[in-house]
Design a protein around this ligand. Structure first.
Ligand code: SF4
Length: 694
């Protein structure tokens, strides 16, 4: 149901769902949104939108919104509504008590990729300057942290290389471990437009996503890679390119480190990395893989777009580096139509990483151990910063269970539902003495909280989001914070109560501070974004209006660095006890853990998660579509309904995780990426059995 009526005024803002970052005009009647109209001047969407941004904003005024701060001494006590002052003072008192009793590093914070850059910056500043620890992390830990590591190592910057418009200059497009039609629909439309014009398409995915075969699009190659073997597949693609003399020798000689390239070439050329040798590992026919590698390397501008099906693996960072290797080897970096393009998930996950939310990096991806960087921030913030990286989210959970981590400030992130191995997360949360949750709803995580600070929706915020193409866009307030205080103001209040003053009059002042302290944001201000519509960072003296394409004449790190990407099998392999591999994904109408979309009319399209299972595996288990099935892994068991389909290959099952009842993360394990601890959501060895209705 869409509320209709005559708008009295409009406010241009940015969608709070996915990393496409569509601009919208909120048509208003007083403080009531009448409708959201895709903004025709939005550079990310050019007047287009999907069913989430266009229709699923009703959650912002949903009756489930909690608008009063609440506290309780124990998680078994009932919540008690209190004033903002009381809640903030209680939270600050608990942080101080815990630090006195257990030490400075017994506390930490988690920033939100749903919140603005300015809010995220403040949370990491609160943790580092007011708490005095580097125990700050972001939900990017569980999605694109391997992108940060992999692209920084190879190319020198932790972000995608292109604009979305760049795809209109691509001749060959690889989509790997991403389902843009469901998760980045507006960008998918632009990609399809280019495909209809004749660009070639290679899909690398265990599942038959919509792009593989739809009414107007048919992939030239679908490589149905076995979950957990991405690195093997890309290394064998590199083998073809290296051994069939398809390398762009001039690009590599001019732009890349010579020794690293030579070692990489020797490694990928080994017979054991050939498509034929790897076929039994990846499950991909060698002839298809050779054909796809030749297509990518020889048919003009080649662009790679990838998603969480690349990063959420024990070799996530290695696979990101394997993608960068392929792009460098074929000269597909540094101009329109090419590049390495992570399709970032949440509206501001790029921004939350940019803003210094990682325990080892200050804003702008500068390492905390670097003395000059630390000194700059110490002088600006008037504190002494710790030189050692702090705890990552999974380390916080482990430390909570061993008794050394006692308090957490978690802004806009439902870690109990979204992080893997739910039982482990719950045990860790239950072991903490003070959990402060700041959110718009009493989410699953709030069940383990002692302080609840009511958050504000995107309609109540002033600030900026940064999308997957590094585009910083304005978020503009269309109504006052329903709880009486915005998220950034609550963070400032907590900091002030802890004795570290934070006195900003407006989020624009926070962005001004970010710009002063972050070289890639030096030229960014609200005023300039308002003038230009949006800005792609880096934006500084060299690029005063921003940077659409990165690494044009040289890589940010100077010379591009090839990295050896040896395939290491995942611990999550099929066994007699757990013979199937579970992988997870998203659908168009719902969003992540569903906290927002489940509270909108979008449930009309999808109101439960189901398990996709191949007909052969279903027959072996006596399962038909609609039957209830139990999924068991070494972590746990959950029950949901089956959908028998050949979208998945034999031996692989698939589900979404938008509804807490289906509990996909009850079965995912704590297996994680070797470099960043990003959980291996995309591969879990499981057994499936038919059960009676739960
Ligand atoms: Fe929002 Fe993404 Fe849909 Fe655009 S494509 S309307 S940003 S959810």
């Amino acid at each position: 149901v869409i509320m209709m009526g005559q708008p009295e005024h409009s406010v241009v803002t940015t969608c709070a769902y996915c990393g496409v970052g569509c601009g919208f005009k909120a048509d208003m009647k007083g403080e009531e949104v009448v409708r959201m109209v895709p903004w025709k001047d939005g550079k990310a969407n050019r007047g287009h939108s999907c069913v989430k941004g266009r229709f699923a904003w009703g959650y912002a005024t949903h009756k489930d919104r909690v608008l009063k701060p609440m506290i309780r001494k124990k998680i078994t006590d009932p919540w008690q509504e209190v004033s903002w002052d009381e809640a903030i003072n209680y939270a600050a008192g608990e942080i101080k008590r815990i630090q006195e009793q257990y030490g400075r590093d017994a506390v930490g914070g988690i920033t939100s990729s749903r919140c603005t850059n300015e809010e995220t910056y403040l949370v990491q500043k609160l943790v580092r300057a007011a708490f005095g620890t580097n125990n700050v992390d972001t939900c990017a830990r569980v999605c694109h942290s391997p992108t940060g590591y992999g692209l920084k190592t190879t190319l020198g910057e932790s972000a995608g290389t292109q604009t979305f418009d760049s795809v209109m200059h691509s001749d060959v497009i690889i989509v790997m471990g991403a389902n843009p039609s469901a998760a980045h629909p507006v960008f998918a439309s632009r990609m399809k437009q280019r495909l209809r014009e004749g660009a070639k398409l290679i899909v690398i995915d265990p599942r038959q996503i919509e792009l593989v075969s739809s009414a107007h699009i048919k992939a030239d190659y679908h490589l149905p890679v076995r979950p957990g073997t991405n690195t093997a597949l890309l290394t064998s693609m590199a083998h073809v390119i290296a051994t069939e003399n398809l390398i762009d020798e001039q690009f590599v000689a001019e732009r890349c480190e010579e020794k690293a390239f030579r070692e990489w070439r020797e490694f990928v050329s080994l017979p054991e990395n050939s498509p034929e040798a790897m076929e039994s590992v990846t499950g991909v026919p060698a002839a298809d893989l050779r054909g796809a590698a030749r297509l990518y390397a020889t048919q003009g501008n080649g662009a790679i777009y990838y998603g969480l099906g690349v990063t959420e693996h024990s070799q996530g960072s290695t696979t990101v580096m394997a993608i960068a290797n392929l792009a460098m080897a074929t000269g597909n970096v540094g101009r329109e139509g090419v590049g390495v393009n992570p399709l970032r998930g949440q509206n501001n996950v790029q921004g939350s990483c940019d803003m210094g939310s990682f325990p080892h990096e200050l804003p702008g991806y500068r390492h905390i151990s670097d003395v000059a960087t630390r000194t700059e921030f110490e002088q600006a913030w008037g504190v002494t910063l710790q030189p050692e990286p702090g705890l990552r989210i999974p380390n916080m959970f482990d430390a909570a269970l061993d008794g050394s981590f006692k308090a957490l400030y978690c802004q806009g992130e439902d870690i109990v539902q979204s992080d893997p191995n739910t039982q482990h997360v719950i045990a860790a949360m239950s072991a903490m003495e003070c959990v402060i949750v700041q959110d718009i709803f009493l989410n699953e995580t709030a069940k383990y909280a002692h302080v609840f600070l009511p958050g504000s929706s995107f309609l109540e915020k002033d600030g900026t989001f940064t999308n997957a193409e590094r585009r910083i866009s304005r978020v503009r307030k269309v109504m006052e914070p329903k709880a009486g205080m915005g998220d950034w103001e609550a963070t400032c209040a907590l900091s002030n109560a802890l004795g570290y003053p934070m006195n900003y009059k407006h989020p624009s002042e926070i962005m001004d501070e970010i710009a002063r302290l972050t070289p890639t944001f030096k030229g960014v201000s609200f005023k300039k974004i308002d003038e230009l519509g949006s800005i792609q960072w880096p934006c500084n003296d060299e690029a005063p209006e921003g940077t659409p394409t990165m690494h044009v004449n040289e890589f940010v790190r100077g010379k591009g660095k090839f990295v050896i990407t040896k395939y290491v099998p995942s611990d999550e392999r099929s066994t007699r006890k757990f013979p199937l591999l579970l992988t997870t994904g998203r659908i168009l109408s719902q969003y992540n853990v569903g906290a927002q979309t489940r509270r909108t009319e979008n449930v009309v399209w999808h109101n439960e998660d189901v398990l996709e299972i191949h007909p052969q595996d279903a027959e072996d288990r006596g399962v038909s579509t609609g039957d209830w099935v139990a999924i068991q892994s070494r972590a746990g068991e959950t029950v949901l309904r089956a959908d028998v389909t050949d979208r998945v290959q034999p031996g692989v099952i698939y589900t979404t995780f938008h509804f807490p009842e289906s509990g996909a993360n009850v079965v995912t394990t704590d297996s994680s990426d070797w470099a960043t601890n990003c959980p291996e959501y995309k591969v879990t060895a499981v057994q499936v059995k038919r059960v009676t209705q739960p």
